[in-house]
Design a protein around this ligand. Structure first.
Ligand code: SF4
Length: 481
């Protein structure tokens, strides 16, 4: 490859300009590959590694759709790939470290295969420092793009191949929503459906409003058309995706809301609906009404609390307090009595005292989560929290984290034990990774369940009696034979 050609680098100042664009869907007029790419791609292999959240998984599905349209097929062996892509996550430092480790391996593969394209995309590439590191320290990475120009992959790839230049092109401002992009879904029975992109919340620790831009909601007709299409193709479950699904529609002129969208998705007849992630600030009671009245909306709610202390929530700019959060928890438990609640918690946020932490432990006891995703605060450059002073030592923070994990694990185990003996409906997906004589699937509460059986069960929703609970999964037997 010749010297770096940076056609566009990330610019946080530019990303911060968030003038309100009228949200509008826009069909992509022409995403047909050129004859050159069709010839280049035929018979070649791609490798994609995806880090981070479901939004990234969905982006990777779209990229796969583009690659398969030019005749490429997947490989799980990066060393044999003609095109190796890393779709990155910027949410925590360890996600970044993971990328550097993976790129370390790629260097030898790229040297062994001179025509190989090594590409990096995703949230990390929207940030100035990681972009610069890739540009300066990983010269074998010959293609970089960001979250806002996934749809430009054909011209970027063609430019990269033809010019023998590195092509580094990141767009800092998101444009209008693009519809009709190709897609190769990772799974045949459940699917992710984007309903919003970006976020307007500006939690002080989070980089997402800069890497994915302001909130843009898809028009409900587009969402419903996508779900109907999935139903036609035999899909049994959809997860409606967004950084903050509860504020769906706030940016659209006709102001549709999430509860209304959920009802419409339910009307499509899809067997199961989930959604994530929800922000407590924007949640309306009506969403719980829909969950209660529609059997195809699963009794599962991921409601990030982040901290149980009003003082820390304020520092985080979470825009709710514990009274509001507990009101929502009480309400959902009243309206959907068998609800499975999960959450995210950050430990060691700057300014968190032992007293604040005790309030988090109390909240965990009060809420009785089915499971908690717990994290130690990871300062992200470019966010307000990056500059906040942390008075707790790393040892104190680690000790808090350990105590929190001990509590959450014991509540998870206790709640799991209550499932034993119950009969639940399980959507079977694939053979168990550890034991190929077992099939694995998920119950309505998003519990992983393993049952003796073969692949003929895949895609079926069957009644299963839970016979044993393990740390984070269950054993069961078919109850409807
Ligand atoms: S709600 Fe807060 S934590 Fe979630 S994506 Fe938006 S800014 Fe980040």
């Amino acid at each position: 490859m010749k010297e770096t050609e940076v056609t566009s680098a990330p610019d946080l100042k530019e990303a911060r300009k968030r003038g309100r664009l009228a949200s509008r869907s826009q069909r992509v007029a022409d995403i047909s590959p050129s004859p050159f790419l069709l010839t280049w791609g035929a018979g070649k292999h791609y490798y994609i590694e995806t880090f981070g959240c479901q939004m990234n998984v969905r982006d990777s599905e779209i990229i796969q759709g583009f690659l398969e349209r030019i005749g490429m097929t997947p490989t799980s062996d990066a060393s044999k790939a003609d095109f190796a892509l890393f779709n990155t996550c910027a949410i925590r430092e360890n996600a970044e470290d993971h990328l550097w480790g993976e790129l370390g391996h790629m260097k030898q593969y790229a040297q062994a295969r001179p025509g190989m394209i090594v590409a990096v995309c995703g949230c990390m590439m929207q940030l100035e420092v990681p972009f610069r590191i890739v540009r300066e320290r990983y010269p074998f990475v010959n293609l970089v793009f960001g979250t806002n120009n996934v749809d430009a992959i054909y011209p970027l790839l063609e430019d990269c191949i033809k010019s023998r230049h590195r092509v580094l092109n990141v767009v800092s401002n998101p444009g209008a929503i693009l519809e009709g992009l190709p897609s190769k879904r990772m799974e045949p029975h459940r699917a992710f459906v984007n309903i919003t992109y970006g976020c307007d919340k500006f939690c002080t620790y989070c980089i997402v409003p800069f890497t994915r831009g302001m909130q843009r909601s898809r028009r409900h007709e587009e969402v419903i058309a996508e779900v109907r299409d999935l139903v036609r193709h035999g899909y049994k479950e959809v997860t409606l995706l967004g950084q903050n699904v509860s504020s769906y529609g706030a940016d659209l002129e006709d102001n549709p809301d999430f509860a209304g969208l959920l009802r419409e998705v339910s009307d499509t007849g899809i067997a199961r609906i989930r959604f994530m992630t929800s922000h407590p600030h924007d949640f309306t009671d009506e969403v719980f009404d829909v969950m209660a009245e529609r059997p195809n909306v699963m009794p599962y709610l991921h409601l990030p609390i982040q901290s149980g202390s009003d003082h820390v929530l304020k520092l985080m700019n979470r825009s709710y307090d514990m009274a509001k959060y507990m009101h929502l928890v009480d309400l959902v438990k009243a309206k959907v009595p068998d609800i499975a609640l999960t959450t995210d918690i950050i430990v060691g946020f700057p300014g968190e005292t032992e007293e604040d932490f005790q309030q988090t432990l109390k909240a965990v006891r009060d809420c009785q989560y089915d499971s908690c995703f717990t994290f130690i605060f990871s300062p992200r450059p470019g966010t307000p929290a990056y500059k906040m002073k942390n008075n707790a030592s790393p040892e104190e923070i680690q000790d808090r984290f350990n105590r929190l994990v001990e509590l959450t694990e014991s509540i998870t185990a206790e709640r799991a034990q209550r499932m034993v003996g119950k009969t639940v409906e399980v959507l079977f997906l694939y053979p168990s990774r550890k034991d190929k004589t077992m099939m694995s699937g998920y119950d309505p509460y998003q519990h992983l369940v393993h049952v003796k059986g073969d692949e003929s069960l895949a895609g079926q929703i069957r009644r299963v009696k839970i016979t044993a609970s393990h740390a984070h999964s269950f054993l069961g037997e078919l109850a409807d034979e």
